[in-house]
Design a protein around this ligand. Structure first.
Ligand SMILES: [Zn+2]
Length: 174
């Protein structure tokens, strides 16, 4: 690894420690030439397995290409998109994927995208889930509406029901 300051090709490791979440190793290094210090982080490489079976390294930018398209004309900023990309990567890493199927990447996008913008979510989901019919699409919208209504409406007090216990003592007229 090159020294980022003087480009010297040799650096010395001073200290290695596992990050708190256990997902990476941080190394403190020093350059024997210019004596500056810097840190490197060693992380498991996340690999995406495409439908064809081909693999490629996970790239946040590439992962959110479809999201960016779905957000066209929506009030979603570049910052929102990069935060979403970060969340997706964090989710996949925390789930312990070494080789993640492409559809799992899409799945990890759905949740945070729905929080971000419902219209973009529906656009993205319509491609990702490839709704087979207008009904399936409407169903998804109905679920969204129901969930939003549930979030906005205070919980309904449980209705007390009277459960008859045993005989009331009344007998049939006759
Ligand atoms: Zn140096």
């Amino acid at each position: 690894m090159h020294c980022p300051y003087c480009r010297n090709t040799d650096t010395r490791v001073l200290d290695s420690r596992v990050t708190d979440d256990g997902g990476a190793i941080r190394r403190r290094r020093s350059c024997p030439s210019c004596e500056k210090r810097f840190s490197t982080v060693e992380q498991m490489q996340l690999v995406v397995v495409k439908r064809s079976g081909a693999t490629e390294p996970f790239a946040r930018d590439k992962a959110i290409t479809g999201v960016r398209k779905a957000c066209k004309g929506r009030p979603v900023s570049e910052d929102d998109l990069s935060r979403l990309g970060q969340r997706v990567e964090d989710t996949l890493r925390s789930e312990g994927w070494a080789e993640v199927p492409a559809n799992e990447v899409g799945l990890a996008i759905l949740g945070p995208l729905r929080e971000l913008d419902e219209v973009a979510y529906l656009r993205f989901a319509s491609v990702y889930k490839s709704f087979e019919s207008a009904e399936a699409f409407e169903e998804e919208i109905a679920i969204l509406r129901a969930e939003r209504a549930a979030a906005e409406t205070p919980p309904i007090e449980p209705v007390e029901t009277l459960v008859p216990t045993g005989s009331t003592g009344r007998s049939a007229p006759g």
